[in-house]
Design a protein around this ligand. Structure first.
Ligand SMILES: NC(=O)c1ccc[n+]([C@@H]2O[C@H](COP(=O)([O-])OP(=O)(O)OC[C@H]3O[C@@H](n4cnc5c(N)ncnc54)[C@H](OP(=O)(O)O)[C@@H]3O)[C@@H](O)[C@H]2O)c1
Length: 347
């Protein structure tokens, strides 16, 4: 019988790639969703092996019994389900209480290992950190600073991860945490997701200038592979794994995008023409490299992300020749309105 793994938030951006990887490797997958028959998860049924080895279950993160039922008989759990915006009224409970319930339910169900998807926002939001020291598993964001700057997503994810470590220790549960940065690449799911919105605004003409900020980026397939390797590797428990390929200033990100897709009105000016370009955090991804992850270079995943936006109809295909003729007109009329932006700025 195939070994079972439960993936919460299975139909999301990263979740869909994890489900695909697990099915390709012969696992039986229990995917969870707040609505098991949600049409936005229908793409999962088209995956090879889904008909035989995928089950979708309805789970409420605030209902521990529903989690326990989903995890029963599973070898491992990968917890991804999470809101990704900055409205404290809507995110604090599912992120903090939801993660605590996942840890308790995984311990009750006796799973071999729980892997949680945290965020780099649990590491770098700290005004006292040394900017020259790479972020590693000992780095933690400062809760007061998150509160003061109203970065509620980072605040909630930091508390959730810290309390997950405490509970796992108390319950003797094997926990490992993957810490993704901004995840980009091909979308499997039909709907837009927060991290893809991060680049969409630069392609549609909605953002006329870029901000003076730097972030780290990673390919969605590498992020999925990281979760699965961390779940599988015998000695991988008990650690926090930074899942990042490189840090880029937003100007550099826009430059690469316009090199790849010169037909779109990608900004060439920074909003801040006074200060020098802000440097991003450094990090170490060596622990994931040690598990065999080979990080894909940024040109490749930006290319795949934009192609995917075109294929899914989020971005019109524009011919370069046509654009050259209509530069003035196009600059004054954005190509397409993106979906309403979510508030989050620190993924
Ligand atoms: N994408 C990134 O750049 C990035 C970076 C750092 C960390 N992460 C972390 O990676 C995980 C997955 O991210 P993703 O990009 O795949 O996100 P996503 O596409 O938005 O998927 C997350 C899934 O979580 C479920 N969800 C959303 N709001 C929820 C709520 N209030 N209560 C319970 N479930 C909820 C949704 O599934 P249903 O609607 O089917 O229930 C959704 O499909 C998250 O934990 C996120 O914090 C992502």
């Amino acid at each position: 019988m195939a070994v079972s793994v439960c993936v919460t938030g299975a139909g999301g951006f990263i979740g869909s790639w994890i489900v695909k990887l697990l099915l390709d490797r012969g696992f039986a997958v229990r995917g969870t969703s707040r609505r098991a028959d949600d049409p936005k998860n229908a793409h999962l049924w088209g995956l090879d092996g889904a008909a035989e080895r995928l089950a979708m279950l309805q789970v409420d993160l605030l209902d521990r019994a529903s989690l326990r039922a989903a995890f029963d008989g599973c070898d491992g759990v990968i917890h991804l389900a999470s809101p990704m915006h900055d409205n404290p009224e809507e995110i604090i409970e599912p992120i903090i209480a939801g993660t605590r319930n996942v840890v308790e339910a995984a311990a009750d169900a006796g799973v071999r290992r729980l892997v949680i998807s945290s965020t780099i926002g649990t590491m770098y939001m700290n005004p006292h950190r040394d900017p020259n020291a790479p972020l590693d598993e000992s780095s933690w964001s400062d809760l007061e600073y998150c509160k003061k700057t109203k970065n509620w997503y980072c605040y909630a994810k930091t508390i959730a991860e810290q309390s997950a470590w405490e509970t796992a220790r108390a319950r003797g549960l094997d926990l490992a945490v993957v810490i993704p940065v901004v995840v980009l690449g091909e979308l499997m799911q039909p709907s837009m997701n927060t991290s893809t919105l991060h680049i969409l605004k630069y392609l549609t003409g909605k953002a006329k200038e870029y901000v003076n900020e730097s972030h780290a980026y990673v390919h969605v397939k590498d992020a999925a592979e990281a979760h699965v390797r961390v779940l599988e590797a015998p000695g991988a428990g008990g650690r926090r794994y930074v899942c990042a390929e490189r840090t880029l200033h937003r100007g550099e990100l826009c430059r690469i995008l316009s090199e790849l897709f010169p037909e779109y009105p990608i900004p060439t000016r920074c909003k801040d023409d006074v200060n020098p370009p802000k440097k991003g955090y450094k990090f170490t991804n060596q622990p994931l490299k040690d598990l065999g992850i080979r990080f894909t270079p940024v040109h490749e995943y930006l290319f795949e992300a934009v192609k995917s936006l075109q294929e899914k109809g989020f971005l019109p295909k524009v011919s370069v020749t046509k654009v050259k003729k209509n530069v003035t007109q196009r600059r004054s009329s954005p190509l397409q309105m993106s979906p309403p932006p979510m508030l989050i700025s620190k993924l």
